[in-house]
Design a protein around this ligand. Structure first.
Ligand SMILES: Cc1cc2nc3c(=O)[nH]c(=O)nc-3n(C[C@H](O)[C@H](O)[C@H](O)COP(=O)(O)OP(=O)(O)OC[C@H]3O[C@@H](n4cnc5c(N)ncnc54)[C@H](O)[C@@H]3O)c2cc1C
Length: 315
């Protein structure tokens, strides 16, 4: 049995009790039912790019979702199987002239995980194109069709992160129409901007052995934001609320890019203050230790509690 470090982009995590693979829609449904019948501790895994498994996960059973397929339903409506690679799907969509996800190019992982934290980048969020999601519900055992509204999407959040457990089997999108050349140009521009920050996977570059951003950008009241230094970046998100830059808070709490604790194998990326990376020898414990240290620094300096973005399993 191989360890979960082989299935996650930050490359940490111990050996689980079991990993089973689902390669078709039917296998996802059957695999999830079997998993839930037989295991108390279970996880659905896609590309492993937003998850940190502990070093000891010996009681955990994992279902790896690898079902593929893109179905053109006409008039810009498209159904995609959960295990489809996200970035490949984005480039396929751009080629077809389907507009709405081009700025999300280069994000690792699967289509089935994209609704979980409502992935977003460069001003776009996946919630603005998702119409429905097929979901096998853990509690009721029901196969449900959830509308966009049912998913309660907000910034890096959805009903799935708020405790609705189960498996997403496919996602349906509604796209606009745009010239494919301009969509592809936009997607490739985004990919090169991301690459310069270590935000595109590259096995040869340790700065990309990460979960992307390790913390979400905090949303605070306008009155609290006024207590921060004038150069702290802030964006109004709704009446009376502003979003702050977690990267700025980290760098201005005294931690610089590349920072690590002693001989730890985990370090802040040398290209982006918001990414915790594995320099080659990191354990899950070292990743979490660095995350806690960053949280303490930022909290002591600014009174803000940074919230981890990836799912932490087994800690
Ligand atoms: C270099 C890098 C850059 C990144 N940049 C961004 C970015 O710009 N914006 C952004 O939003 N994210 C970013 N991420 C985070 C990550 O890529 C996304 O969150 C992605 O959607 C995770 O997909 P995954 O298949 O790898 O999910 P996994 O890591 O496998 O799983 C993540 C969570 O989703 C659950 N899950 C996965 N598949 C399913 C399913 N089919 N049904 C139910 N639950 C499921 C898992 O149980 C887990 O809780 C980045 C990550 C990396 C490594």
């Amino acid at each position: 049995m191989t360890s979960l470090s082989n299935f996650t982009t930050i490359r940490v995590g111990g050996q689980p009790k079991e990993i089973s693979v689902a390669s078709t829609h039917a296998e996802v449904l059957a695999g999830a039912k079997k998993l839930w019948e037989e295991s108390e501790h279970w996880v659905i895994l896609g590309g492993g790019s937003n998850i940190v498994f502990a070093d000891d996960v010996s009681d955990l059973s994992v279902l790896l979702v690898q079902s593929k397929g893109i179905e053109d339903l006409g008039s810009g409506r498209v159904r995609v199987q959960a295990g489809n690679n996200w970035n490949e799907f984005v480039l396929y969509a751009c080629n077809k002239g389907w507009a709405g996800v081009e700025s999300l190019a280069g994000i690792p992982g699967t289509v089935g995980a994209s609704p979980i934290q409502n992935i977003g980048a460069y001003g776009q969020e996946v919630a603005s194109t998702i119409t429905t999601v097929e979901f096998l519900d853990y509690k009721s055992g029901e196969l449900q069709i959830l509308t966009n509204e049912d998913c309660s999407f907000t910034y890096r959040d959805s009903i799935f992160k708020q405790g609705k457990q189960g498996v997403i089997t496919w996602v349906e999108f509604q796209f606009g129409k745009e010239d494919s050349v301009s969509l592809l140009t936009k997607a490739h521009d985004v990919i090169s901007q991301r690459a310069s920050k270590g935000m595109v996977l590259d096995a040869a570059d340790n700065d990309t052995w990460s979960c992307g951003s390790f913390f979400t950008n905090p949303i605070v009241s306008e009155s609290f934001a006024r207590t921060l230094p004038l150069d702290a970046p802030q964006w109004e998100v709704e009446e009376g609320k502003v979003k702050l830059s977690a990267a700025w808070l980290i760098e201005n709490s005294g931690l610089s890019k590349g920072f690590k604790l002693g001989n730890s194998g985990a370090a802040i990326s040398t290209k982006h203050a918001l990414a915790i990376t594995n320099r080659g020898t990191a354990t899950a414990e070292q990743v979490v230790e660095l995350a806690r240290f960053i949280q303490t620094q930022v909290s002591n300096k600014f009174g803000i509690n940074l919230v981890p973005e990836p799912n932490l399993i087994g800690f």
